[in-house]
Write a protein that binds this ligand. Structure first.
Ligand SMILES: [Zn+2]
Length: 272
């Protein structure tokens, strides 16, 4: 039954077919992770079809299951990790996304791809008209309710289709925060994002960093492994090259943005 809802992918980075390769060591249960024989990109080979993500495997249901599983298997670690996240966010106000938006986005239309219930979008100030793309029916409806008074709205669709529904050069800013690792066609999504971004516009991307120390040290227990939510495992090198292949210029990607002690990395892209 599960097999009917899966598609088998070639390497999302270089399109090499790796079906003949043995599963990589990070595979788990029915989920087959492959390390591309050609370019070394690590990815989930059998990914859920978009239709399953609308309700059944929607992020809000699978992330809850994942959190419950971790709470049972590693309660102490989970407790401290949630406390640290709380400290960073609430006490130290280390909201990197807001800071980057303030630094790089000009007034105008902003697109958040994988916007969930439009949390981030509803916090943008009046200079911005907020738009989102979200595959989950429940979250998209909630997002539309929240953005009603702002002139924008949430398109309920998969990311590539939803983004392609906008005209070229429509946005001054695009956000993909913790999204690209979920996308079955990341290169296609980046190309569409480049098309809808205006010249002079910026895109901000946050993804887990496969090259971080925690993945090396903790292996399969690294928080970046989520089956089947995360389907692409980016390194700084292949993230940069996929973005450049889509046409983007790299505006900011410092050592601090891809620091190996952090589980995540940030990149700011431009359209010149
Ligand atoms: Zn490859």
């Amino acid at each position: 039954m599960l097999a009917e809802k899966l598609i088998v992918r070639d390497c999302p980075s270089c399109s090499t077919c790796n079906r003949g390769q043995v599963p990589f060591k990070y595979s788990e249960g029915p989920w087959v992770i492959k390390e591309c024989a050609n370019c070394r990109f690590v990815y989930l080979e059998n990914v859920p079809v978009y239709a399953a993500l609308q309700v059944e495997l929607a992020w809000e249901s699978t992330s809850e299951t994942e959190r419950e599983k971790k709470q049972v298997s590693e309660p102490v670690r989970q407790f401290f990790s949630s406390q640290i996240k709380f400290l960073r966010k609430e006490v130290l106000k280390r909201d990197k996304l807001s800071a980057l938006i303030g630094q790089y986005f000009h007034a105008g239309n902003v697109l958040d791809i994988g916007c969930a219930s439009a949390d981030m979008l509803s916090r943008l100030d009046e200079r911005f008209i907020p738009f989102g793309v979200e595959i989950s029916e429940f979250l998209a409806a909630e997002g539309n309710r929240r953005l009603k008074s702002r002139g924008g709205g949430v398109v309920q669709a998969n990311a590539v289709l939803g983004t392609s529904s906008f005209e070229s050069n429509f946005f001054t800013g695009i956000i993909m925060s913790a999204f690209l690792e979920h996308e079955a066609s990341p290169a296609a999504l980046l190309k569409e994002s480049f098309r809808v971004l205006a010249v002079g516009g910026k895109a901000i991307i946050k993804v887990p960093n496969y090259n971080c120390i925690a993945r090396v040290a903790r292996g399969k227990k690294w928080c970046g492994f989520r089956y089947p939510d995360h389907v692409n495992y980016f390194t700084p090198g292949n993230l940069r090259s996929m973005c450049e292949s889509a046409g983007f210029s790299i505006e900011q990607f410092t050592l601090a943005d891809r620091y190996f002690l952090s589980d995540n990395m940030w990149i700011v892209l431009g359209k010149r």
